[in-house]
Ligand binder design. Structure first.
Ligand code: TMP
Length: 215
């Protein structure tokens, strides 16, 4: 058995901090993990990430969508599925919900079609649990400072739509998408996340590294 955990949130919500805190916690407990992020997660995905986030290109909405999905397909097939098959806990910094929040809510692309093409990119794979770090994007963007990427440069209305879409998703899928108030101190958020997943961990027989390899 394996476990697929994803993190979602607006810009500057502290996702990466929580991803690393959780990864360190799990490694410390002796679990085998794989960290990945989107766009990215593979060599080709990292190139796609550059095209998407550099301020070099003007991208049409569907160009943007297909690039995110191209990166997701690579990441799913060559990184995530093999890791799950070798019993690792996969922690993804963004996955499908980002596309619903940013391309559907933010850009206004049609949800039904995007869900269908996204299912092709993921091969129907969905995280077992998703932590949504809910945060005010205005403060998040201030945290980022002057050096903003192509998406971070979008106006505040875009980012507010993204936040609202995430909240809606967490209401739609309450069993999987768990919303955390990300204005709390990072250590407190980490505790909430650990408490939430701790009931899933004992089931992960066979995941643990052997003690010789770990210590
Ligand atoms: P990040 O790795 O710093 O979170 O940057 C990724 C950016 O890409 C962020 O602005 C969210 C955006 N994004 C989408 O618009 N759609 C997607 O499907 C994904 C995965 C990310």
């Amino acid at each position: 058995m394996s476990l697929f955990i994803s993190f979602e949130g607006v810009e500057g919500s502290g996702k990466s901090t929580q991803v690393h805190l959780l990864n360190n916690y799990l490694i410390d407990k002796g679990f085998k993990t794989l960290l990945t992020k989107e766009p990215g997660g593979t060599e080709a995905g990292e190139k796609i990430r550059e095209i998407l986030l550099e301020n070099k290109f003007k991208l049409a909405p569907y160009t943007e969508l297909f690039l995110y999905l191209a990166s997701r397909s690579q990441n799913t097939i060559y990184t995530i599925i093999p890791a799950l098959e070798s019993n690792k806990i996969v922690i993804a910094d963004r996955y499908s919900e980002s596309t619903i929040a940013y391309q559907v809510a933010g850009r206004g692309l049609p949800e039904k079609i995007i869900n269908e093409v996204n299912a092709l990119a993921t091969k129907g794979l969905s995280p077992d649990v998703t932590f949504l770090l809910d945060f005010d994007p205005e403060i998040g963007l201030q945290r980022i400072g002057y050096k903003k990427d192509r998406i971070e440069r979008e106006n505040i209305d875009f980012h507010l739509k993204v936040r609202a879409a995430y909240k809606k998703l967490s209401r739609q899928y309450p069993d999987r998408i768990y919303m955390v108030d990300a204005s709390r101190p990072p250590e407190k958020i980490h505790q909430i996340i650990i408490n939430k997943i701790s009931n899933l961990l004992p089931q992960l027989k066979g995941n643990k590294q052997n003690n010789h390899a770990h210590k």
